[in-house]
Design a binder for this molecule. Sequence first.
Ligand SMILES: *Cc1c(COP(=O)(O)O)cnc(C)c1O
Length: 367
Amino acid sequence: MAQVPFLNLKAAYEELKPALDEALLRTAASGWYLLGDALKTFEAAYAAHTQTAHCVGVANGLDALHLGLAALGVGPGDEVIVPSNTYIATWLAVSAVGAVPVPVEPDEATFNLDPARIRAALTSKTRVILPVHLYGRPCDMGAIMALAHAHGLKVLDDAAQAHHAHYRGKPVGGLAHLTAWSFYPGKNLGAFGDGGAVTTDDPALADRVRVLRNYGSRVKYVNEVKGVNSRLDDVQAAVLSAKLPHLAKWNARRTALANRYLEALQGLPLTLPSMSSVEQSAWHLFVVRAPHRDALQKALKERGVDTLIHYPIPPFLQDAYAEFRPRAAEFSLAAQMAKDVLSLPMGPHLSIAEQDHVIAAVKASLS
Ligand SMILES: *Cc1c(COP(=O)(O)O)cnc(C)c1O
């Protein structure tokens, strides 16, 4: 078998070619490319899909987080609880509004924020808890929302990896005060470029993001606040509308592949992701932990299997956050994960034959 790619984005296009071509051409021919009907149609469809009252499209996932925090009124002097082990966008959004990210270590069984550790990190300056549904697995939102209510805090969740994930039977998107989404091409629901959105049940928060994304303006040339230019364009919205009806089926394929991995990789010197009946993962990534990760990655590459590392350097060890360097020892769980996590090929177009090749390659590499 030829190289097994980590993720095959072209296959999604090929599966839906007529519908995607029609969406692209229809938008091109419409003569309207920003804040038009294609955007309104997608916003309504995604609000319905997430069972929320409002969806506001923005330019990317980082802006969804940034404008979400701005809508919550977070600014200089405020603290925001973030995971120590996340993609740096989560932290950058906090910095973008002038607030301070307060890293909290994960629960090793789930990779997600540990509610007990969040409680220990709260101060009089904490305004928001920003959980990330890492690798697609929903956080323990019941415990996090209860903690937030008890302390008068808001919750903005980063769902960039968790499209169509469910917590206690409810879709991610309406579990917190505000939810931030990314439609980066490699996400479970991906555009043909950058895209993002915020979902919420709160009309005032939705209205604030709507105004902020468009220069702080509701009426053309009338600017209420200092906004930004961060709109989800109509071409991307049309692409996302064409893909959305297939998301549930694509996630079901990911779940089937995850179950096959879990079954086949038992008993090897690997830590496999844990399962939960409460938290239905979107299986954005299938991440194992391996004591000799780099050697395993190299051996898999030689056997024709592409893997990735999410993420090799945690935010607190990046030059961008050099101020956290002296405190690095406080975040040893995240530092250890960066050394031993490995993401195996995963996606709705990974074939069973390809997955069997990956499984055989992992077994051969570890024997
Ligand atoms: C992808 C991602 C983002 C950022 O999304 P962009 O659309 O690339 O800006 C934020 N948080 C997490 C956890 C992500 O995986």
